[in-house]
Design a protein around this ligand. Structure first.
Ligand SMILES: *[C@@H]1O[C@H](CO)[C@@H](O)[C@H](O)[C@H]1NC(C)=O
Ligand SMILES: *[C@@H]1O[C@H](CO)[C@@H](O)[C@H](O)[C@H]1NC(C)=O
Ligand SMILES: *[C@@H]1O[C@H](CO)[C@@H](O)[C@H](O)[C@H]1NC(C)=O
Ligand SMILES: *[C@@H]1O[C@H](CO)[C@@H](O)[C@H](O)[C@H]1NC(C)=O
Ligand SMILES: *[C@@H]1O[C@H](CO)[C@@H](O)[C@H](O)[C@H]1NC(C)=O
Ligand SMILES: *[C@@H]1O[C@H](CO)[C@@H](O)[C@H](O)[C@H]1NC(C)=O
Ligand SMILES: *[C@@H]1O[C@H](CO)[C@@H](O)[C@H](O)[C@H]1NC(C)=O
Ligand SMILES: *[C@@H]1O[C@H](CO)[C@@H](O)[C@H](O)[C@H]1NC(C)=O
Length: 195
């Protein structure tokens, strides 16, 4: 009966590697990412950091932060209108359960960090009305977005073809940037639902 033994070893190796991958990022690393983010905020005119983002409260109780019920992983950030003056920190790429990222109406001034392309669950990006600079190409090809709102920033470059899930794309807003090519031409056929 050699086959079952090999099979058992194979299963053991598979579950070992799965466990290792999953334990790398967890709710503790989510907490670290948001604390790193908080520490880089230069201006907070509404006093959100002092009034609500308490260091001894779970980040899931911070206003603008949503978590999954069972695992307590961060699934959505909505800092729209908080008027934060800050860069988008690379640590955001560690929020691997993030599905929705709304940073619209703030003073984000940075380049888009390459680490954003690590967020394979991300479906919605709203960065409208900030001062983001640099190239949209840094998103890479790994995102599969439904909504991409980048309007009213200082972004340049081309939109990479691969960042949309064409069967699901609902909204793309690139108004008032310095984009060179606009949307890739061969994408137009795929967009029937665009508003
Ligand atoms: C979360 O991950 C970190 C770093 O990978 C590890 O040190 C820590 O023990 C993990 N925490 C939990 C609750 O699994
Ligand atoms: C922050 O504000 C939200 C919404 O008002 C509230 O539910 C939450 O308990 C507050 N968190 C803390 C740590 O005060
Ligand atoms: C957080 O710490 C402050 C004092 O530092 C205390 O008043 C408050 O009750 C603590 N909140 C929690 C949720 O433990
Ligand atoms: C974020 O919050 C604002 C106002 O609080 C709301 O209008 C907007 O729809 C929210 N964004 C998302 C993606 O849910
Ligand atoms: C951004 O910051 C400038 C000053 O640095 C301020 O005048 C402006 O109102 C801010 N914008 C937002 C949306 O908070
Ligand atoms: C992401 O998490 C890993 C594992 O905990 C850590 O080593 C790394 O420094 C984090 N990256 C950032 C940019 O915070
Ligand atoms: C996250 O993104 C950075 C920069 O693109 C990359 O070097 C790193 O390998 C990525 N990490 C994971 C876990 O994919
Ligand atoms: C694209 O969206 C469809 C429909 O929701 C889904 O079945 C498919 O898995 C998605 N593809 C990727 C690569 O995310």
């Amino acid at each position: 009966m050699e086959k079952p033994a090999y099979f058992f070893i194979l299963i053991s190796i598979l579950s070992l590697s799965t466990t290792t991958t999953c334990s790398l990022l967890n709710k503790t690393t989510d907490q670290e990412s948001l604390i790193a983010f908080k520490s880089t905020i230069i201006s907070d005119p509404w006093g959100i950091l002092t009034k609500n983002w308490s260091a001894n409260a779970s980040i899931c109780r911070w206003i603008g932060v949503s978590c999954s019920l069972n695992r307590q992983r961060v699934t959505a950030l909505n800092f729209s209108g908080f008027s934060f003056k800050v860069i988008i920190p690379p640590a955001i790429g560690n929020l691997t359960f993030l599905a929705s990222l709304d940073l619209s109406h703030n003073n984000f001034t940075s380049f888009l960090p390459n680490e954003l392309s690590n967020l394979s669950r991300l479906e919605l990006i709203d960065f409208r009305f900030n001062s983001l600079t640099g190239e949209i190409s840094s998103f890479g090809n790994s995102l599969k977005l439904r909504v991409l709102n980048l309007g009213y920033n200082l972004l340049g470059g081309n939109i990479p073809y691969g960042i949309f899930n064409l069967s699901r794309t609902e909204k793309v807003d690139l108004t008032a940037n310095n984009l060179e090519g606009g949307l890739p031409k061969d994408m137009c056929n795929g967009f029937s639902k665009l508003s």
